[in-house]
Ligand binder design. Structure first.
Ligand SMILES: Nc1ncnc2c1ncn2[C@@H]1O[C@H](COP(=O)(O)OP(=O)(O)OP(=O)(O)O)[C@@H](O)[C@H]1O
Length: 271
């Protein structure tokens, strides 16, 4: 049986009119997991609760079988790193300086970089293919390059668990695949547990070992892509009619049409 990196036990959380309800999930250790589901289904909320950025109203999060809330802040930051959506501005620094920020959980104020820190920063730059740009200012990079640097910064934190909220959003298709392949490589070479919120179900099916599907704040399915993705699943979770074929070892999804058709949507769009 696969060991569990994170598990949640009957989480409940509410914000505004939204409720996360009875969410119990297990994240397999050393695997790539995607949280999938329609807009507003609670994917980012669940990820943030796992990262302790939000506190559940009820239920528990366990990291390596220990209650997440019992970790001291520095200890937690040495165990779980989280890359939020790339909306905020980062300070004007070089790529290397920014990646070095990832070492903060191991430093007290005014501590100098050790040889070990430098080795880990080099490793993070190399793993993400960003070493060649290490002296370039971060804000001068393209969106795809910036995303790789942000991932390098999270890697430099040297945690066992990496959480990513929509790591491929705003990237063109080639850069999306580049980031997914990079994450797969990192997962395979470092046995890092990676959990990400993904919108692209096909990418989730191609690259991830385990999927957690959410709808209306509840978990409505989990398992490996081959086990859970089928036309009925796509109908239930996304309200679409789709065909599912199999290529090698993963399902290929061919969307046909949205089934929960609402005539008023057409009126709005034709105005
Ligand atoms: N601060 C807030 N105040 C009110 N409602 C909120 C707040 N934060 C989140 N919500 C609501 O909670 C619901 C779940 O949000 P969440 O971001 O977890 O969904 P998601 O599945 O990640 O969505 P998306 O795929 O669109 O990013 C949404 O309906 C959102 O509007």
């Amino acid at each position: 049986m696969t060991a569990t990196a994170i598990h949640t036990d009957h989480l409940e959380f509410h914000v505004g009119a939204f409720r996360l309800q009875d969410v119990s999930v297990s994240i397999p250790e050393g695997k790539l997991t995607a949280i999938i589901g329609p807009n507003g289904s609670g994917k980012s909320t669940l990820l943030k609760i796992m990262a302790r950025l939000l506190k559940a109203d009820q239920g528990e999060v366990y990291v390596h079988n220990r209650q997440a809330k019992t970790y001291k802040s520095m200890e937690f930051a040495q165990t779980v790193s989280m890359l939020t959506q790339s909306k905020g501005q980062l300070p004007e620094l070089t790529v290397r300086e920014l990646v070095a920020y990832g070492r903060s959980p191991y430093k007290r104020m005014f501590d100098r970089m050790t040889a070990d820190d430098v080795r880990i920063i080099d490793w993070a730059l190399n793993m993400t293919g960003t070493a060649k740009a290490e002296q370039q200012m971060f804000h001068t990079l393209s969106g795809g390059e910036q995303q790789k640097v942000r991932i390098a910064m999270a890697l430099a934190q040297k945690t066992n668990i990496l959480l990513l909220d929509e790591p491929t959003t705003y990237l063109d298709l080639a850069h999306q695949l580049d980031v997914m392949e990079m994450l797969q490589r990192i997962n395979q070479t470092s046995r890092l547990t990676i959990v990400m919120v993904l919108h692209d179900l096909q990418q989730a099916a191609n690259y991830c070992d385990y999927l957690i599907a959410m709808k209306h704040g509840r978990v409505v399915g989990s398992g490996n892509p081959k086990e859970i993705i089928n036309p009925q699943f796509l109908q239930d979770v996304y309200s679409i009619e789709a065909k599912v074929a199999f290529d090698d070892d993963y399902p290929v999804i061919i969307p046909i049409r949205k089934t929960a058709y609402k005539p008023e949507e057409e009126i709005i769009w034709s105005l």
